[in-house]
Design a protein around this ligand. Structure first.
Ligand code: GLC
Length: 652
């Protein structure tokens, strides 16, 4: 293990005397009407404004009142512990931006069996430095195939094999005590065909038919289809599904059993407002707003990211700020980089929508740099992203439960002399191991012959070549690919934001070879990279010489180094430094405390970074905060970087 005397995690925060404040407590303290009023006065304008945008000035005030009634009820029902959490977070509004935040994402059953089992895994998460846990959809889905739980049949109960709502609340309490925040998915673009609303719609209840987008014939669906893309062209082509019982075409962006709900109907908003407050009162800290881009439909557009999406989020955000301000929103918007920022709040919605969003572009560029062994495209694309809103935070990741869509923009590719399509196709083929020299073991996901687009499934270790190296037993190849994996993780830990590890990647676990065996999964190879946590491998994390030990230790160490560097607070923007060597990506973060410079050699060769740059940036004297070692210089006065080396430097 690399040891670094300089990197000591911050000491535990001192706690005040236990009895302090007890003389002030009236009726044991707890929530007050005054607090509720104060928050309401503060956030009512946001709430009303959003409702006016969505439903017009006539309907908005009455709707607002209904929402405030719900808010009051939820506030009264909220537990004292959660009210305290709200207060703590109001005093630390940047909690998600703290450099000590490290995230982990997993399917409950694949990681720990069930919710009770998860409590037993808390020490494992703590060992990894985790402070944010995203549990994949666990509310009761439809039976049979349910898109990994993204087809919810009941938002008010937990999947029976995982436990109950009480188990969920219990888990949240345990996580909170361990300093870990709980993230759950809120699937709000669609419900399962088996959800009660859909059942009632099919039974002929006109009020519930209005919860969905239903069309008697193909006229409007055909008109919409002219500008709509397909999300799952392979197994769910088209965006509408005929339903005999409904006697109509229903909008189904994803699978035919995932019915898009109609947010133009305010009753839908009221329903979800209630669901959100209930989940918040169970102790959920972050709601991942699934497929948020698709929530509003407009003829002649791709029906993604319409302005109303942000008004909806604004209303829901205002509501949580009144009832449960410790709750944050994460936007799952996997859209072009230029279209992403509105989800974090721009223009009239600044500071009023989601707190977190996936940095999809960084993820794609990491893989692109590693395949091409060249940083020029990444430097151009990442360097030209507009800055994110100040209070917002990136969720950075090497990969997640979904496939990797090769979101390289044609303009960016052209700017560095590449063809966009050719490069996307290269990446998909590289990671599928179709190129000579590629050690990748990924799988092609959703090949679309019409556009020749390919997406990629695969665990990080399989994509990067660690699986192939481990299988061959070649220790040099294992070390080199593990170095590459460490570099990928250093980029997400060193960017600013919440780096999230996908379960299994912390052990270098490869693709699940049996992914297709489970009924309903045969056609969806994303299951290859959602493996059950390999317990034997997990046990090896303490055994030097194993892949598990190497990768796990690297991550623990990155987390510790990160927590000790205030420069990595997510409020600060990452800039890209000049490309002096196409094999080295330079990141620069100017924090008021000083400058941080990250050096990343994305190649398998030794490279050098010009000494004059080190002086220009004021980091020539810096030690590397990852190794604790001084920089290595060559005879020409340049800084030496071994294959896949990373250096975290700061000004004095
Ligand atoms: C999101 C999820 C994905 C799911 C889709 C439909 O994109 O990440 O796994 O298939 O939404 O709910």
């Amino acid at each position: 293990m690399r040891h670094n005397a300089l990197v000591t995690p911050p000491p535990p925060r001192p706690t005040p005397p236990a009895a302090a404040g007890s003389r002030l407590a009236v009726d044991g303290g707890g929530p007050t009407a005054e607090m509720f009023r104060a928050r309401l006065v503060r956030w009512w304008p946001d709430l009303l404004e959003g409702l006016v945008d969505l439903y017009g000035p006539e309907r908005a005030p009455a709707l607002g009142e209904r929402l405030v009634d719900l808010a009051e009820e939820a506030y009264a029902a909220r537990s004292p512990g959660l009210h305290s959490r709200d207060l703590e977070r109001m005093l630390a509004p940047h909690w998600l931006q703290d450099p000590s935040m490290v995230g982990y994402a997993a399917y409950t059953e694949r990681f720990a069996g069930n919710l009770a089992g998860l409590v037993d895994q808390i020490p494992y998460l703590r060992e990894l430095g985790v402070r944010y846990l995203h549990l994949m959809p666990l509310l009761r889905p439809r039976d049979g195939d349910n898109d990994g739980g993204y087809a919810v049949a009941d938002y008010r109960s937990v999947r029976p094999d995982l436990g109950t709502m009480d188990d969920l609340a219990e888990l949240a309490t345990e996580l909170h005590e361990a300093g870990i925040s709980l993230t759950l998915d809120l699937v709000l673009n669609h419900v399962a065909r088996e959800h009660d609303w859909a059942v009632r719609a099919r039974a002929g209840d006109p009020a519930y038919r209005e919860y969905f987008h239903v069309f008697p014939d193909r006229q409007l669906p055909d008109a919409y289809e002219r500008t709509l893309p397909e999300v799952f062209p392979d197994f769910a082509p088209g965006n509408f599904t005929w339903d005999d019982e409904l006697d109509g075409w229903v909008w189904t962006t994803f699978n035919e059993w995932q019915w898009d709900v109609n947010w133009a109907n305010p009753e839908v908003l009221v329903e979800y407002a209630q669901i959100i407050l209930e989940l918040a009162n169970r102790g959920v800290d972050v709601l991942r707003l699934d497929a948020i881009a698709f929530m509003w439909k407009r003829m002649g557009t791709d029906c993604q990211g319409e302005p109303e999406v942000h008004s909806i989020t604004q209303v829901l955000k205002a509501l949580t700020r009144i009832v449960c301000p410790s709750v944050a929103f994460k936007a799952e918007a996997i859209v072009a980089p230029t279209k992403l920022l509105p989800y974090l709040g721009t223009g009239v919605h600044t500071g009023k929508v989601s707190d977190l969003a996936y940095h999809n572009s960084l993820m794609v560029q990491i893989w692109s740099m590693l395949a091409a062994r060249d940083v020029r495209l990444a430097a151009h694309a990442l360097g030209n992203l507009p800055p994110k809103p100040l209070a917002a935070t990136w969720l950075t990741y090497v990969r997640c439960h979904d496939d990797i869509g090769w979101a390289i923009m044609d303009e960016d590719a052209a700017a560095v002399g590449l063809g966009g399509h050719a490069h996307r196709s290269f990446l998909a083929r590289w990671y599928a191991g179709e190129f000579p020299g590629s050690p990748g073991r990924g799988l092609v996901f959703q090949y679309n012959p019409a556009t020749d687009d390919r997406r990629t499934s695969g665990a990080a270790a399989s994509l990067i070549g660690l699986e192939a190296a481990e299988e061959s037993g070649d220790t040099a190849a294992i070390a080199l690919t593990a170095d590459a994996l460490r570099l990928a993780h250093a980029l997400i830990y060193g960017w600013g934001g919440v780096p999230v590890i996908w379960s299994g990647d912390e052990l270098g676990q490869p693709n699940d070879p049996h992914w297709a065996d489970e009924p309903g999964h045969e056609e969806d190879n994303r299951w290859a990279h959602r493996p059950r946590l390999d317990r034997a491998r997990a046990a090896e994390r303490h055994t030097p010489g194993t892949v598990a030990h190497r990768v796990f230790t690297d991550l623990v160490h990155l987390g510790e180094a990160r927590a000790a560097l205030p420069h990595l607070h997510a409020g600060v923007e990452t800039h890209i430094g000049p490309v002096d060597d196409p094999g080295i990506l330079v990141t620069v973060r100017d924090h008021p405390i000083g400058r941080f410079v990250g050096l990343h050699n994305v190649t398998a060769q030794r490279r050098t970074w010009p000494g004059h740059r080190a002086h220009e940036y004021g980091v020539a004297e810096s030690v590397d905060h990852l190794s604790g070692a001084a920089l290595e210089w060559d005879a020409g006065g340049n800084i030496v970087l071994e294959p896949y080396a990373v250096r975290w430097l700061t000004t004095p």
